[in-house]
Structures are given as structure tokens and as C-alpha cells.
Write a protein that binds this ligand. Structure first.
Ligand SMILES: [Zn+2]
Length: 143
């Protein structure tokens, strides 16, 4: 095995990820090659140092700033979807117009029904009692 082939495998060997014949070949090379052995020792020292290192302490302001950013992002992109203010105003205006139209339509329909009812009773009164009520509906409803 050549040095550069071995050196590419050294990290895997240091991590314990190298097995079988690959591992045997690398170990055989390390027994004979001082340069690769030295590199392997250096890698193992680094790995041990990394494993022993305490995780870096996170400064409190960093957590506060990150959480503020998260809340900010959540406030702008998440949450319930709302129609923009102009659209809401348009909807409110449409509702008012619709309600006014409904009231006007109801009142007009009521007048027509009341008038028809009155005219019917007018005719009935004329037929039954001979009372001259003809034209009273027109006087009352302005026609
Ligand atoms: Zn070597």
C-alpha cells in the first residue's frame, strides 16, 4: 500500500470506521512507515483533544438574539393568514351595501304585498257591503 492511499484511510481508522482487510493493510503499513505513523499519532491526538473539549459556552445574548430573529420570522411568514387592510375594508363596504339593499328590497316587497292585500280587501268591501272604497289604495300609496 502506498502512503497517499494509507493517509486517505487514517481518519477512518482513527474513528474506528475501518475494518477487515483494509484495516489490516493500513496497520501493516503503519508498522513499517514512520511518516504515516507520525501522521496517525497526530490525528489520534487531535481526535482525543476534540473528544475531551467541553462544548463551547453559548453567550446568553446570542440565544436572545437568535430567538428574537425566530419570533420575527414567525411573525412575518407564519400565523393565520389575514386579508390586507384594504381588502378587509372592501369586504366591510360590500357587506354594508348588501345589508342596505336587503332592507330596501324587503321594504319594497312589503309595500307591494301590503298594497295587494289592501286592494283585495278594498274589492271585498265593495262587493260585500257596497262601500265606495275604490281608489283608496291609490290615495294611500300615491298613485
Ligand atoms: Zn506511509
Amino acid at each position: 500500500m502506498k502512503c497517499n492511499e494509507v493517509r486517505r484511510q487514517l481518519v477512518a481508522l482513527a474513528d474506528g470506521r475501518l475494518g477487515g482487510s483494509q484495516r489490516d493493510s493500513v496497520l501493516a503499513h503503519l508498522r513499517e512507515c514512520a511518516g504515516c505513523r507520525e501522521l496517525m499519532r497526530s490525528l489520534e491526538a487531535d481526535a482525543t483533544g476534540l473528544r475531551q473539549d467541553e462544548p463551547p459556552e453559548v453567550p446568553p445574548f446570542l440565544t436572545t438574539r437568535i430567538m428574537a430573529r425566530v419570533r420575527e420570522a414567525a411573525g412575518t411568514s407564519a400565523g393565520p393568514v389575514r386579508a390586507p387592510v384594504p381588502a378587509r375594508r372592501l369586504i366591510a363596504t360590500a357587506a354594508v351595501i348588501l345589508a342596505a339593499t336587503g332592507i330596501w328590497l324587503g321594504a319594497s316587497l312589503g309595500r307591494v304585498i301590503f298594497r295587494q292585500e289592501f286592494e283585495y280587501h278594498d274589492r271585498v268591501a265593495v262587493m260585500e257591503c257596497g262601500l265606495p272604497l275604490d281608489g283608496l289604495a291609490n290615495q294611500l300609496f300615491g298613485e
